[in-house]
Design a binder for this molecule. Structure first.
Ligand code: ATP
Length: 236
C-alpha cells in the first residue's frame, strides 16, 4: 500500500446557506489514480475547488503531504505541488500553444527549464503545433493543452475535472492514455467524472458522490459491481 499524498476529512462546504458537501472523507495514495464519479450538481466540482484552494470550506480538514492546506490559496498550492485543471478550462485562443504553456508556468517559481520539453514529449500533438494559435485547434487538442498547462508546473498531484466532457470517443481514448502516462511518470491523478466509463479504465480507487456525500466504492476489480448495485438500487 502506497503512502497517502492527499486526504480529506469530515469536509463541509456551502454556498451561502446551501450546504453542498457534508461529511466528506477521501484518501488519495501517492502515485495512484483516484476517481470521483457522480451526477451533475452532486458536488464534485465543489470538492475540487475546496482541495485546490479556490473555495474555502466551512469545516473539516484537507491534508496534502501531511500538512493542513485549508486557507492556502491556489497559487500556494501550485508551489507545493498540487494543480487543478477545471472543467471546461479555456486556453487563451489568440495565444500559441507555446505561449499558453509559458503563461501557465508563471505560478511555479523557479521551475525547471526542461519541463516544456518533457511536456511536449508527452503530447506530440502539441509539439507539432507549438506555434499554432490555440483557438484554431480542435476541442480535443485544446483539452490536451489544458492538461499540459496543469503539468508544466511539475505537480506531484493533478486534479482533472471532467477532462473528456464533450469530446469524441477517439479523443476520449487519447485522454485516457494521457492520464495513464501521467500516472506512469509518477504524478498522482485525482479525476472527477460524471460517468464511470473512463474511471473503469484508469482508476485504482473509485468514489461515488451523491446528494453532497461521498462514498468509497472500492478498488479496481470490485468497484464496478458496487457501482452497478447502487445504480440498480436507485432505479428501483
Ligand atoms: P457538474 O458536473 O454540473 O459541475 P458537480 O457535481 O461538479 O456538477 P458542483 O458544481 O460542485 O457539482 O455543484 C454542487 C451544487 O452547488 C449544485 O447544486 C450547484 O448548483 C451549486 N453551486 C455550484 N457552484 C455554486 C455557486 N458558485 N454558487 C451557488 N451554488 C453553487
Amino acid at each position: 500500500m502506497s503512502d497517502e499524498i492527499l486526504s480529506v476529512s469530515d469536509l463541509e462546504v456551502s454556498y451561502g446557506d446551501m450546504t453542498v458537501l457534508r461529511n466528506v472523507d477521501l484518501s488519495v495514495p501517492e502515485g495512484g489514480v483516484v476517481s470521483v464519479v457522480g451526477a451533475n450538481g452532486a458536488g464534485k466540482t465543489t470538492l475540487m475547488k475546496a482541495i485546490s484552494g479556490v473555495k474555502d470550506p466551512d469545516s473539516g480538514e484537507i491534508t496534502f503531504r501531511d500538512e493542513n492546506t485549508v486557507g492556502l490559496d491556489p497559487h500556494e498550492l501550485i508551489q507545493r505541488g498540487l494543480t487543478y485543471v477545471p472543467e471546461r478550462h479555456t486556453v487563451f485562443p489568440e495565444m500559441t500553444v507555446l505561449e499558453n504553456l509559458r503563461t501557465a508556468m508563471i505560478p511555479a517559481e523557479g521551475s525547471n527549464s526542461d519541463v516544456l520539453e518533457q511536456v511536449f514529449e508527452l503530447f506530440p500533438i502539441l509539439d507539432e503545433r507549438r506555434q499554432q494559435d490555440a483557438g484554431t485547434m480542435s476541442g480535443g487538442q485544446q483539452q490536451m493543452l489544458a492538461i499540459a498547462q496543469g503539468l508544466v508546473v511539475e505537480p506531484d498531484i493533478i486534479l482533472l475535472d471532467e477532462p473528456t466532457l464533450g469530446l469524441a470517443p477517439k479523443i476520449v481514448e487519447d485522454v485516457r492514455d494521457t492520464i495513464l502516462e501521467i500516472s506512469d511518470n509518477g504524478v498522482t491523478v485525482l479525476l472527477v467524472d460524471e460517468k464511470i466509463q473512463l474511471s473503469k479504465e484508469v482508476a485504482e480507487d473509485l468514489y461515488l458522490m451523491r446528494k453532497s456525500t461521498l462514498q468509497y466504492l472500492g478498488e479496481r476489480g470490485e468497484f464496478e459491481a458496487e457501482y452497478e448495485r447502487i445504480l440498480q438500487e436507485t432505479i428501483e
